[in-house]
Write a protein that binds this ligand. Structure first.
Ligand code: DER
Length: 226
């Protein structure tokens, strides 16, 4: 459908930004899966790269496509990371990420990268962060009940992410995810992010602020780059 076509356009353009010899971070989610498929095609045609994945799922897909995978024991710096996002705020290019469950490794990989290229379909563009998605916050399972209460006491409506069989969702890092509803008026993303990071029991959150180098938006008629 139109959204899949838009995602694919964005993913192909993003993968084309990879140059021979680069060390690349591979994102997580459905758009990043399309990026990884395109990278696999380019590797089969002779592109020489080393890559680090932001989730076990992306690692598995990349290995299946014979993309040369490495790790941070061998690569301390990545030239470029390509990832998706749940929301991209117009103007600031601040992101909400994490509904794919991979925010912790995604943020670690993004922080180790010279550039972060985000590939999205147009639905992801928002004026106000949190207007479509809640903010995923990764928390330690031990005492999560007390951490959720602390988040609620900060004023965030907070719900533990559950799997279909009624158990808490568990991340690659063996943590839980809490979905926090962001205030839609007067929310300061920088202060709010710091407040979340300073909350005991919180490992990391899905606000990616001041980290985005470029956003490529797939559209039916082509692509737009912010
Ligand atoms: O979790 C994330 O941040 C991922 O990038 C993911 O949410 C993006 O989703 P999509 O590419 O499947 O729409």
């Amino acid at each position: 459908n139109a959204t899949d076509a838009a995602k694919r356009r964005a993913a192909v353009w993003a993968a084309a930004q990879i140059e021979d010899g680069m060390a690349v971070g591979l994102g997580s989610g459905s758009t990043s899966a399309l990026v990884i498929e395109e990278v696999g095609r380019r590797v089969a045609e002779g592109l020489r790269i080393k890559a680090i994945a932001t989730s076990e799922a992306s690692q598995k897909l990349a290995l299946e496509l014979k993309i040369p995978m490495s790790d941070f024991a061998h690569l301390t710096h990545l030239d470029l990371t390509i990832d998706g996002a749940d929301e991209v705020q117009e103007g600031t290019l601040y992101l909400i990420k994490g509904h794919g469950g991979a925010l912790l490794r995604e943020k670690i990989v993004a922080m180790a990268s010279g550039r972060l290229l985000i590939a999205v379909d147009p639905r992801k563009l928002v004026k106000t962060l949190g207007s479509v998605f809640t903010l995923p916050v990764e928390v330690v399972p031990f005492g999560f009940e007390t951490t959720v209460k602390r988040l609620r006491d900060l004023g965030f409506e907070s719900e533990l992410r559950m799997t279909d069989d009624g158990k808490p969702y568990v991340t690659d890092g063996q943590h839980y995810i809490v979905h926090c509803k962001l205030p839609q008026v007067g929310f300061d993303a920088v202060a709010g992010g710091e407040e979340l990071k300073g909350t005991v029991g919180v490992v990391e959150h899905g606000l990616f602020l001041g980290m985005t180098s470029k956003v490529v938006i797939g559209r039916p008629e082509g692509i737009e780059v912010l």
